[in-house]
Structure formats: C-alpha cells, structure tokens
Design a protein around this ligand. Structure first.
Ligand code: BV8
Length: 257
C-alpha cells in the first residue's frame, strides 16, 4: 500500500482543484452500516431500497418514519472518523476541494469540510411531502405544536400533508442545484478522489464516468474493488480510516521537502 499511497500523493500534490466523491463506506468506521449491508435488530427484515421510496412512505408512513427516526438516533450518536477528518484537512493543502457526498449523515461537515454537496439530502432535515411552499418546504419539528411533534409522522403546519425526511428516495430526482454542481465539479476538477462507494446508484455513479471522459485522473479508496474501479488510475485497496490519513501524511511530507 505504501507505494500506491506515494503515487496517489504525488498526483494529489499538484492539483489546483480536487473533487471528492464519497459514499456510505467513508462513514462505516464511524459506526454507520453501509447501505448495502444487512441492517440490524428490528430493521434486519427490511431491504433499505424497498423502504427508501415515496411509495413505501405513502403505503406505510409510520414504518418509514420510524426507520428514519431509528437511523437519525444512530447518526446522532456517532462522530466523524479519521477518514472524514483527513478529507477535511486536505483543504489546508489544496486550493480548491469540494466534497460530493451520497451520504445523508452530515459527517463531512462535522469533520470540517467547508464545501459539501449533498447529492441525496440530509437525514437531519425534514420537509413537507408536497413541498407546498416551494422545493423543498423545510419544516423544523421543534417549531410544531407539542402534540404534533410526537406524531409519526407529523403533519405539515402549512398544508396538513405528511412531513418526511429531506432525503432523495429511489425514483426521485436529485436536487437540481446539487446535481448540476456535482456534474460541473466532475468535469472541471483536476483530480477526482472516490471514497467508499460501490458505484451502483445513479446518477451519482455516473460522475466518475464524466471525469473519465474528461481525461481527469481518478484515485479510489475502497477495501475491495467496486463498480468504479475499472475507471480509476489508482486503487488504494484499504479502508478510508486507514488510507486517507496515510494519504494526507504523504502529502504533508512531500510539502515539507
Ligand atoms: C433517479 C438516500 C430519476 C436515502 C439514497 C426506477 C425509477 C427511477 C430510477 C431508477 C429506477 N431503477 C433504478 C433507478 C435508478 C436508481 C438507481 O440507481 N438504482 C440502483 C440501485 C440501480 N436511482 C434513483 O432512483 C435516483 N433517482 O434516478 O431519479 C428521476 C429523474 C427525474 C424525475 C424522476 C426520477 C435516486 C437515488 C438516491 C437513492 N437514495 N440514499 C436513504 O439513505 O435513506 S442512495 C443510498 O445508496 C445511499 O445514499 C448510499 O450512499 C447510496 C449509494 O450506495 P454507496 O454509498 O455506494 O454505499 P454502498 O453500501 O453501496 O457501498 C459502500 C461501499 O463502501 C462499498 O463499495 C464498500 O466496499 C465500501 N466500504 C466498506 N467499508 C469501507 C468502505 N470504503 C471505505 N472505507 C471503509 N471502511
């Protein structure tokens, strides 16, 4: 791995603009199971891809709401890991760093990354299902009347429709501005660093293809090959919590020389 790390650091050292694409794998070492891993406990019997849809929410709002409440609780108890922190530190060494994340846990921002594009929304935000006051009509649960706050799910104070998490479900379009910014970054950056994604969920999984078509070099960090590995120049086959601090240290060594 040492040789791969130094090759990757050499690429990283020269770039004016870095685009990082992250997936659930970067949050694994914070204690959040990845999207494709079996869930635990009560939720083990459910397939996330079957629950994370507007149809599932309409069919059984309480079940889907309770699933998100459970995940919010888990995410609320974890911290950014060494991988998130190393990615945030890169901003001290490179002129422009943008994080394009598929994750909804907000851990990149908590780690100190200052330019994060949330492709799939954020589990800590809630909105009116109908977006009755514009896209998105965010609703602060704590602003609702007390007895409303405990409903599962609560109702929109403006139109009475159900409140839902501000995340992108399967079959739903990504936020226009986020997707446009991500596509611009994927084609305009000097290097793409992909961390912890299986490269199976579109349109996020198309971003590395855009970079490849623009002849932009790509580094991947993943303990095992993924759907994007055929596109990359360097695969650092390790976990983010190990590889990213090592990459940062190699970059700092090169800068000190
Ligand atoms: C869209 C938020 C079109 C919710 C998520 C039918 C109708 C419409 C669309 C489709 C359809 N059929 C298919 C599609 C397209 C669909 C899709 O791509 N499906 C896939 C499954 C084939 N996409 C969509 O539906 C998207 N919308 O296309 O809309 C449209 C356009 C206009 C108008 C109307 C419609 C929306 C997709 C967004 C879904 N929402 N999340 C929630 O979380 O509850 S996606 C979900 O998967 C998470 O965000 C997750 O991040 C993401 C992707 O997975 P990964 O991040 O890659 O995670 P995964 O577990 O797969 O992999 C983890 C990786 O980490 C592994 O490689 C592992 O090796 C690695 N790893 C493990 N440990 C570590 C590690 N790496 C580093 N360190 C470690 N320690």
């Amino acid at each position: 791995m040492k040789e791969t790390i130094s090759r990757a650091a050499a690429l990283l050292a020269q770039v004016p603009s870095l685009a990082i694409l992250s997936g659930a794998g970067v949050s694994k070492e914070s204690g959040i199971p990845t999207f494709r891993e079996a869930q635990t406990g009560l939720w083990a019997q459910y397939d996330p891809q079957q629950l994370a849809t507007p149809q599932a929410f309409r069919r059984d709002p309480k079940l889907v709401w309770d699933w998100y409440t459970y995940r919010r609780g888990l995410i609320g108890r974890v911290r950014p890991n060494a991988g998130h922190l190393a990615l945030a530190e890169l901003e001290k060494h490179l002129p422009r760093v943008v994080v394009l994340t598929q994750n909804i846990d907000g851990l990149h921002q908590q780690a100190g990354s200052t330019d994060v594009v949330e492709l799939h929304g954020n589990i800590m935000r809630n909105k009116c299902f109908a977006n009755c006051r514009g896209r998105p009509t965010l609703v602060e649960l704590s602003s609702l009347p007390i007895d409303d706050q405990t409903r599962t799910p609560p109702s929109c104070p403006h139109c009475g429709d159900l409140i839902r998490p501000d995340v992108v479900w399967y079959g739903e379009p990504l936020p226009e501005t986020a997707l446009a910014r991500a596509q611009l970054a994927a084609t305009g950056c000097d290097l793409m660093l992909i961390v912890g994604t299986s490269g199976t969920v579109y349109p996020a999984a198309a971003l590395p293809v855009l970079a490849r078509e623009a002849d932009i070099p790509i580094i991947e960090v993943n303990p095992q090959p993924s759907g994007v590995t055929p596109l990359v120049d360097i695969l650092i086959q390790a976990s983010g919590g190990t590889a990213l601090p090592a990459l940062l240290a190699a970059l700092e060594d090169a800068a000190a020389r």
